[in-house]
Design a protein around this ligand. Structure first.
Ligand SMILES: Cc1cc2nc3c(=O)[nH]c(=O)nc-3n(C[C@H](O)[C@H](O)[C@H](O)COP(=O)(O)O)c2cc1C
Length: 242
């Protein structure tokens, strides 16, 4: 009888302990579930019926601005990469517009970029008077070491494969400012094509002079034009180069 009572008491105790353990397990699970729910609702999903506070609005505005800024940055990057320069460049110096006209026609035909060599000190009419032995242009052309300064911004030649370089003939040669220009750049890996305009003289040694002063690049013979050549004339010259 005593033995039976002991077994019964032990059984009741065991059941009670098991029930307690189960209850604790359930409450732990509930606590952890409830903490997970809290986490989700505290991140970005607002519980229904939650009013948007000013602070929330400000955060949202800030986020929108940040998104806008990042979109703008992306757009700027895209714009930069979407507009690379062309493969061909037309460089020219023109005192009275004749060479400029030819340069623009070449750029149109070749779908090329244009770069003007602008003197730091512009040439006045008196400077260009070749009948005056004392004029600026006459003195510069009489001095082969003269290097007039360039006022236009430096240009990067990276990526250009072919460059046309144009100028007027002054006293049978290239104006000295062309020497200033070619001595300032490297034309490695670039095909250089000189062209010039004149009243009647040919290119003379001007193309060779530029090649020597440049010291780099592959220089073609080039071509002399009169005033206002037609696009057809220029196009057929370009086609013959290829
Ligand atoms: C200082 C100077 C010297 C010139 N020397 C010559 C020359 O030796 N031979 C020639 O045929 N034309 C000569 N010209 C005329 C120019 O080469 C010609 O008008 C040229 O097309 C002008 O080009 P631009 O308008 O682009 O400056 C000279 C012009 C100037 C201003």
């Amino acid at each position: 009888m005593k033995k039976l009572m002991t077994i019964l008491v032990a059984g009741v105790l065991a059941f009670g302990l098991a029930a307690c353990a189960k209850k604790e397990e359930t409450s732990t699970t509930q606590a952890s579930q409830s903490s997970q729910v809290t986490e989700v609702s505290s991140s970005d999903e607002k519980p229904e019926g939650t009013e948007t506070t000013e602070a929330d609005g400000a955060t949202s505005d800030a986020q929108t601005s940040a998104t806008d800024a990042s979109t703008e940055a992306t757009t700027a990057e895209v714009t930069e990469t979407a507009a690379p320069h062309k493969e061909v460049l037309v460089i020219y110096f023109s005192a009275t517009g004749t060479t400029k006209d030819v340069a623009e026609k070449i750029a149109k035909i070749e779908d090329a970029d244009l770069y003007e060599i602008v003197p730091a000190e512009p040439y006045s009419e008196a400077d260009l008077d070749w009948n005056d032995s004392d004029s600026r242009s006459t003195k510069e052309q009489n001095d082969s070491s003269s290097r007039p300064s360039i006022g236009s911004a430096q240009i990067s030649l990276d990526g250009y494969k072919k460059i046309y370089i144009g100028y007027p003939i002054w006293w049978g040669e290239e104006p000295r400012i062309l020497d200033t220009f070619v001595e300032s750049y490297s034309f490695d890996g670039i095909t250089m094509i000189p062209f010039c305009t004149s009243g009647s003289s040919g290119m003379g040694r001007s193309g060779k002079n530029l090649e020597e002063h440049a010291g780099s690049g592959t220089w073609l013979d080039g071509k002399r034009f009169g005033a206002g050549p037609s696009e057809d004339t220029i196009r057929s010259w370009i086609e013959d180069l290829e």
